[in-house]
Each structure stands twice: as structure tokens, then as C-alpha cells.
Design a protein around this ligand. Structure first.
Ligand SMILES: Cc1ncc(COP(=O)(O)O)c(C=O)c1O
Length: 491
């Protein structure tokens, strides 16, 4: 039976690809194809299906065949139909595991895809800023200004280093806001932290000879960190060696023969403290002595509330530290723009790893971000969000102090998440108690390096940025309900 692209963009705004290849007649084939499209996630919950007549015309089947197929799928619960509103994919059909045809990529805990079949009622997982606060008018204004002034070359193949306007804007901004010491030619634009890791350790795959590694393992990492990054490195063949942590950050005096170390100095991820000043100096001394390099993940450096901002470690030695940042926390993880501030000697290799033309970071988006920064809108947004997140943190801390006073809250001087310390052996039951209240969050165990021998800490990582402003109070209420004395048991 023929394959068809059904274009109903004029009415509905999307295309639907259905392959009617199953045996057993057109009706059965159509039912099978639609069911599969919904099950695999290709047709998302809530998607409106084409009217009978247009789908029938495109597939070359009778109108009744489509009507029957829809009716059958409504009866099975895959679709919903309301008089006058058309036929939609039912909300509860979101697949648990979207179909994968290739090797599954490591899960990205920064991604907010629902993990339990449907969106949690209260999403307190770390990783995402309040996306309802994306500065749409400012971004639109910057985009409009940037595009109206852009030379035509902007719409041709991009320079892999990034647009000069953005590199200049970042150099000035990072110097001003984060104390970074650099010049525009040492900044390479990328699509975020994960991309930077791939460029540094995997050669990026962008160059014709299959990629050249800029750095090699073994790479020391903090004993608690994002599993996604460890898995990404493992996929590139890089062995990661866990460094234990204490209340002053990573024990950098344990560094030995590694060639590089990855740290979150401004705000240890996820436990929350800054790296102690003596250790900042010590890790740079180690890198100098060993000819090694420090990777500084500056993922939420703008969001510091209580003390004076902790500046970038990079300023201690711009020739020994690679600072990596992105807009994933400050603006949105969907924008996919980040930067690497490089020691002079790595610039050529990183550019070689990126390839001959920009293949990841949209050039018009780069110009818009440059305008956002230069116009002051980026700072205004960050300041507004800092106030909002500080307010949320304060509400969380106050609510827990009142309702769950046995729980110690830590790591809250900065960032978009808090760590709730729990008595040993209670983490799993606390996560389960939260789930029963409709709250999604992670336990600290999720972030622990599998090879570390440091003592495990029980705790919950509570992301307070994700809910929209109106949903936050209910989320905190539900969390407190789960953690109130007696709510968690040793398991
Ligand atoms: C520890 C950490 N590093 C870096 C990032 C940023 O990653 P990316 O720039 O790839 O979105 C995140 C998530 O936002 C993070 O949690």
C-alpha cells in the first residue's frame, strides 16, 4: 500500500506521515499505523488528527475507513473525540519509553521529559529554569534588531568560532559578571556544556578525518555530579576518576596522574557549596605542576543570593583553566547556546574539532544573544530571575523549617536547587513519599559516581525553579506533606 505525507498544514499546522503497510485490509492497516505513531511518541498527546476527508484523500482510502479507524482508537482509549473539536491523541497515551531505533543516548537529567508516563503534578526535579519566564519580548526585540542589521553573510555557512559580535559580547559580559580574564579570540561558541565535552574529548566529529581529541582522560570528576556527563564521557572512551567531596568542595589534594579535572567551583553540583579558596589555588597549582588542565563548569554562576558572587576560577590562571558556560539555566536549555573560554594553546584544536563550518549553534541565534547581552536585557532578565529564585528558595526554607524542622537544608546560597539532608537510610522512602504526594524529585544517590568510596549522603535534590510561579506554592506544600515528621522511614 502506498506511503503518504499528509499535508494538512493549512488547517492544523503539521504533517502526518503514515505508512499503511500492515496486512489485513486498509482499516486494520490504518489503525495499526496510528496506534504505532501514538505508542512511539511520534504523535504526541493532545495532537489534533486530520479531518476524515483530508486523511482519506491523502491515503487514497474511503472516508468511512478513516472514520471507523478513529472510532476504534477512541474506543481503545488512544484517541479522544469531541463534537466540534475534532479528534485528538489522548493525553494519557504518552509513551513510557519512546521508540528508539538506534543505540539509546545516555539520559540527560537536564531534560524535563516526563519519566513516569505523564508529567508529575509537582515537578521539583533540578535541571530546568522557570520556562514560563523566558524573556519573550526582549528576545524578540533582540532578534529583530540583530536580523535587521545583519550582513547577508550571516545566512551563509557560519564560522565555527562563533559570530564575532557574540564572542565580543561574551568576553565583556564574563569579565564583568564572572571575573573571567579573556579576549574574544579565545572564546569558541558551542551549543552548551554537553557539546563542549564532546568537542574536547571526542573531537566533536565535525572534522572530516573523524574528529581529533583535544584532551585525553583519565579525567578526575567530583564524586557527585551529573550522570549524563559521566556517561557522555564514557561513550567517548574517557575514564572518569571520582574525587571525594567534603563541605569545602572536592578534595583536590587527591589529584594525581589525571590529565584534567572537571569541577563546579562556584556551586558544587549537586551538593551545593563553593570550592574553598585554598582548594581553588591548589587545583591551579596542580594543573601547572602537571601540565594538566582544569575544566570549570560554570553552569549557574549568575545565581548567587547570599554572599558576594563567587568569581570564576578561570581568573586564577587563564592558561590552565577552560571555563564552560551556557544559557541553559539563565535563559532556557532549549536555546542551545554555550561558550568555551580557552587557554590560547587549545583554540586551534577546538576549532579543528568543530569542523569547517558552524554545525551546531544557529548563527542568527548567536546574533540575537549578542544583542540581548549588549542591550542590557540579559542582565535585566538574570536579575529578575535571581530575585524570583531567591524568593522561592526562602519560601522553601521557611516552609520546611515550620513543617519538617528535622530536615537540614543545604547548598542554598546559590543556584536553582537545594539539598535536603536526610538521616542515613531514609532517602529512598523519602523519594517514595514525595512521589505519593505527586512530587517528582531525585535523591542524591542518583548523582553519585559508581566508583567512589566516599561515604554516601542521604538527601533530596529539590529544584525550585521549574514550576511556574502560580504552581510553586502547591509544590512546596506537597513536598512538606511528604517530609513532615513520621513521613519517612528507614528502609
Ligand atoms: C551540572 C550542570 N552542568 C551543565 C549544565 C548545562 O548543560 P547544557 O549547557 O549542555 O544544557 C547543567 C544543566 O543545565 C548542569 O546541571
Amino acid at each position: 500500500m502506498r506511503e503518504s505525507w499528509v499535508n494538512y498544514a493549512e488547517r492544523i499546522g503539521s504533517d502526518l506521515h503514515l505508512e499503511l503497510s500492515a496486512p489485513g485490509g486498509k482499516r486494520a492497516a490504518l489503525i495499526g499505523a496510528l496506534r504505532e505513531a501514538v505508542r512511539s511518541g511520534r504523535l504526541a498527546p493532545g495532537t489534533r488528527l486530520p479531518p476524515y476527508r483530508s486523511l482519506a484523500a491523502d491515503l487514497g482510502v474511503a472516508r468511512n475507513t478513516v472514520a471507523d479507524a478513529y472510532a476504534e482508537l477512541v474506543a481503545e482509549g488512544w484517541l479522544t473525540a469531541r463534537q466540534g473539536a475534532g479528534t485528538h491523541v489522548a493525553e494519557r497515551t504518552r509513551p513510557l519509553h519512546p521508540a528508539v531505533h538506534k543505540k539509546a543516548p545516555a539520559p540527560d537529567p537536564c531534560a524535563r521529559a516526563p519519566r513516569h508516563g505523564r508529567s508529575p503534578r509537582h515537578d521539583l526535579r533540578q535541571g530546568t529554569p522557570d520556562v514560563s519566564a523566558f524573556p519573550r519580548p526582549a528576545w524578540l526585540a533582540s532578534y529583530r534588531r540583530a536580523l535587521s542589521q545583519a550582513p547577508n553573510e550571516v545566512f551563509g555557512p557560519g564560522d565555527p568560532a562563533g559570530r564575532p559580535e557574540l564572542r565580543a559580547a561574551l568576553a565583556a559580559y564574563l569579565a564583568r559578571a564572572r571575573g573571567v580574564r579573556t579576549e574574544p579570540h579565545r572564546i569558541v561558541v558551542c551549543s552548551g556544556f554537553a557539546h563542549a565535552l564532546r568537542l574536547l574529548f571526542g573531537g566533536g566529529g565535525g572534522n572530516r578525518d573523524g574528529g581529533r581529541q583535544v584532551l585525553r582522560g583519565p579525567l578526575a570528576v567530583e564524586a557527585y555530579g551529573l550522570p549524563f556527563h559521566r556517561e557522555l564521557l564514557a561513550a567517548e572512551g574517557v575514564r572518569t576518576v571520582p574525587l571525594p567531596l567534603d563541605e569545602h568542595g572536592a578534595l583536590v589534594d587527591r589529584l594525581t596522574r589525571e590529565r584534567a579535572v572537571l569541577l563546579t567551583p562556584a556551586h558544587q553540583f549537586p551538593t551545593g557549596g563553593p570550592l574553598h579558596a585554598e582548594r581553588r589555588a591548589a587545583v591551579v597549582d596542580w594543573a601547572r605542576a602537571r601540565g594538566a588542565v582544569v575544566l570549570e563548569d560554570d553552569y549557574d554562576g549568575e545565581f548567587r543570593y547570599d554572599r558576594r558572587p563567587v568569581g570564576a576560577l578561570q581568573s586564577l590562571d587563564p592558561e590552565r583553566v577552560i571555563l564552560i558556560g551556557s544559557v541553559s539555566k539563565s535563559l532556557s536549555p532549549a536555546v542551545r547556546l554555550g561558550w568555551m573560554v580557552l587557554p590560547e594553546r587549545y583554540v586551534g584544536d577546538v576549532l579543528a574539532a568543530k569542523g569547517e563550518r558552524e554545525a551546531w549553534a544557529s548563527v542568527p541565534d548567536q546574533l540575537a544573544l549578542a544583542d540581548l547581552i549588549v542591550s542590557g536585557s540579559y542582565d535585566r532578565h538574570v536579575r529578575r530571575m535571581r530575585q524570583r529564585y531567591r524568593g522561592r528558595r526562602d519560601r522553601l526554607v521557611a516552609a520546611l523549617a515550620e513543617r519538617a524542622p528535622h530536615i537540614q537544608v543545604s547548598g542554598v546560597a546559590a543556584g536553582l536547587h537545594a539539598v535536603l539532608r536526610l538521616p542515613p537510610g531514609t532517602e529512598r522512602s523519602a523519594v517514595e513519599a514525595a512521589v505519593r504526594q505527586g512530587v517528582a524529585l531525585d535523591g542524591l544517590a542518583e548523582f553519585r559516581h559508581p566508583d567512589t568510596d566516599m561515604a554516601a549522603h542521604d538527601g533530596l535534590v529539590v529544584g525550585y525553579a521549574t514550576p511556574s510561579e502560580h504552581a510553586y506554592g502547591a509544590a512546596v506544600e506537597a513536598l512538606c506533606g511528604a517530609l513532615a515528621p513520621g513521613g519517612t522511614r528507614v528502609s
